[in-house]
Design a protein around this ligand. Structure first.
Ligand code: AHR
Length: 513
């Protein structure tokens, strides 16, 4: 046996120290027999706007493309999205929705008018993807449809007629027009948005004025019995709670099912210089975490307004646009909002899921912006190539939480501090899946320090966590077309005592005896 000299021994001990001494400490306690609200699967919804290469190229390539497709939609992208069980897709916008006239997207594709997409790059919009194609997409995915109506430049008549066109089972002229365009059975719509960002691109309105317009438009939205989608009033954004407050007090509760809300994570909190998707400093990692974690306060503040105006809890709080928004890449069309997606985005996604789960009684639907090639995307494409982003893998790992029953827990955690500011080092979710299994999700927000988590589980025998981990060496580790497997989940197994979360990691695991 080799005897270590005192100096060498001291070095060896010091080398072991960082893990045990520097690791953040967190402890989570719960009783598995307790039940919180169900985590609506629609929290895992997606947004697909006519924007950049999100719809055209990213999803739809047309039936004649050499890229293998079904009804014009790329087979590779559809298969990957089915894997993460996309529950719902919001379409056609966004800002695009308030300039979208549905009649321009029906009938023979070569006869549809070509418009200018005034919001996103001023490109030609062929209307090749319209109502029928959108429903092809959701039906291929096995997802629900969230249609966003045009209140900004459309009339109540146009909105009402679109709904009748899609849902009527009668012999009406509009329903027969749908049949003539190839669809006999009415389409099923889960959610219908009455405008988008009415405070901005949707019309620069005040909430009082929008409330009246909402009442006006929604009055004429009619469907066959039992087919009315959940009606979504377009709410506020960021720290503003006035939209939630005014809408939930000025619009009769019977006329809506939920209020939407938008919040984007900009590392620098500056729309002119948001921060870059890659090659960022530790400073920007921290500010990204600090900004994204504001979602907790923003949701709580808005929910407090709902609790005041809707004490019976009828209304949902729908976060139907969220995610990271970075500077455009220098050699790309800035209006296309294409950005890379790194380990940082994966942590952002998981932090937000844990917040949404905590507020699952009101947060019943969200849709991340956006599904393919736009902002915090699941998938990036380049002609026939496709790459799955770190965010995609977080959606995949978290799919066990879709429709799971949340379990209330307490968490005590160190802070991840940076230059005088801080966020929790660890955030978590606990739930019983629809398969009856007990799941925990854990995120370490710190990019440089590991975290040691003690899980105290009552009400069930559990001694191990077995599942998957997503982590990486570099803060901006990402999957590219040249190196598509840089960030991939790996298997994870640990005892519940001193479960070690590496720096910048996401774990989703089943708790087993
Ligand atoms: O997701 C991109 C845009 O962001 C949407 O069109 C708009 O609603 C929001 O401002």
């Amino acid at each position: 046996m080799k005897i270590l000299q005192p100096k060498v021994l001291a070095f060896a001990v010091a080398a072991l120290l960082p893990l045990s001494v520097q690791a953040h400490q967190a402890s989570i306690t719960f009783d598995a027999s307790q039940q919180g609200p169900v985590i609506n699967r629609d929290i895992y919804g997606q947004f697909a706007e006519h924007l950049g290469r999100g719809i055209y190229e990213g999803l739809w390539v047309g039936k004649d493309s050499k890229i293998p497709n079904t009804k014009g939609f790329r087979n590779d992208v559809i298969a990957a999205l089915k894997e993460i069980k996309v529950p719902l897709v919001r379409w056609p916008g966004g800002c695009f929705a308030d300039e979208y006239h549905w009649r321009e997207g029906i009938g023979p594709q070569n006869k549809r008018p070509i418009k200018v997409n005034t919001h996103w790059g001023g490109v030609e919009e062929t209307n090749a993807v319209g109502t029928h194609e959108f429903f092809d997409l959701v039906e291929l995915l096995g997802a629900e449809a969230y249609i966003n109506g045009n209140l900004g430049t459309g009339t109540p008549q146009e909105m009402a007629e679109w709904l009748e066109y899609m849902t009527s089972d009668k012999n009406s002229t509009l329903a027969n027009e749908r049949r003539a365009n190839g669809r006999d059975k009415p389409f099923e719509i889960a959610y219908f948005g009455v405008g988008n960002e009415a405070w901005g691109c949707g019309g620069n309105m005040r909430p009082e004025y929008y409330s009246d317009l909402y009442r006006h438009y929604a009055t004429f939205l009619k469907t066959p019995p039992g087919k009315m989608p959940k009606l979504v009033a377009s709410g506020g954004d960021t720290a503003d709670t006035s939209w939630t407050d005014v809408l939930s007090s000025q619009i009769p509760l019977r006329m809506m099912d939920g209020i939407s809300y938008h919040f984007y994570t900009l590392p620098k909190n500056d729309w002119k210089d948001k921060g870059d998707a890659l090659n960022f400093s530790q400073d920007e990692w921290f500010t990204t975490m600090e900004r994204t974690y504001r979602m907790e306060k923003y949701v709580s503040d808005n929910v407090a307004k709902l609790d005041k105006n809707d004490p019976d809890g009828k209304l949902g709080f729908y976060v139907d646009e969220w995610g990271t928004w970075y500077n455009p890449e220098p050699d790309r069309e800035p209006g296309f909002l294409y950005q890379q997606n790194s380990m940082r985005d994966a942590v952002v996604a998981a932090v937000n899921f844990n917040i949404f789960h905590k507020h699952a009684d009101r947060v019943r639907m969200t849709s991340i912006a956006q599904m393919v090639n736009v902002l915090q995307a699941m998938i990036l494409t380049d002609n026939e190539k496709m790459v799955l982003t770190p965010t995609y893998y977080v959606y995949d790992m978290y799919k066990v939480f879709q429709d799971a029953t949340s379990i209330p827990f307490t968490i005590k955690t160190d802070k991840y501090s940076f230059e005088g500011d801080n966020v929790p080092a660890v955030t978590a979710s606990v739930a019983k899946g629809t398969d009856g299994k007990l799941y925990v999700a854990l995120v370490n927000l710190d990019p440089t320090e590991s975290a040691s988590v003690n899980l105290h589980v009552n009400g069930v025998k559990a001694s191990k966590a077995v599942g998957q981990i997503l982590t990486a060496d570099q803060m901006d580790a990402h999957n590219s077309f040249d190196n598509p497997q840089q960030v991939q989940p790996a298997s994870f197994s640990s005892s519940l005592n001193k479960l070690s979360l590496p720096a910048k990691s996401v774990v989703v695991a089943e708790l087993v005896p």
